[in-house]
Write a protein that binds this ligand. Sequence first.
Ligand SMILES: [Zn+2]
Length: 229
Amino acid sequence: MSQTILGIPVTVDFRSTPCSWHEKPDKRCTVWANGKHIHPMKLWERDGDWLEGKNFDAWKVRDYFLASESDAEILNFLNKTGHFSKRLNVKGAWSYDSFRMWHTAFRGLLQRHPSGWGAWASKQFEHEPMIIKALQVYSQIPVDFRWTKTQHYAFFKATDTLGAILATIYIDKLRGAKHGFCARPDCRKDFEFISKHKRKYCSPSCAHLETVRRLRERQKSRKQEKRRV
Ligand SMILES: [Zn+2]
């Protein structure tokens, strides 16, 4: 028998598992680049038992990850947040592009109803079994209940970044949140639709910047037209 449980606050309890990340060529494979065979550069995790995990706000970690586009930004993010996935058992197979692929995956999940995730992921990531596997592995989330005299809480527990970000997406979907992504090409930050109003940008500053850009473009093309006349 299913019960309807109302009004329980749910959040993510994310305690990271620290490690340091470094770049090293992957001697197990070669790729053809600039006219020769080379070992591709991969990212490797190195455990440090002297390091202690930190508690992070999982939603801030998600924002920070989605904003980390360049190789340097991704490496910086990883060195702050520790193990990306302990449950997928990936050893030294991380490339910068694989993290950018996770950007696409998280954005896709946020924009879709969970009932369509499986079909979408199988098509989009046909050649990336890691994503499909992650959706299966991380659909099982440890939950911790905490009680006070007046309220009780549920915590989705996460000990790696992938688990923490997926847990935020599950909670956003459970509460019926709708997400969009900023139309400013160099921002692309996610935002939540909190009213029925159409919205294209994540913030007034992005909307303003795009208006200024369009204005400048129009002024430039008018000047070019005048010169032609
Ligand atoms: Zn923006």
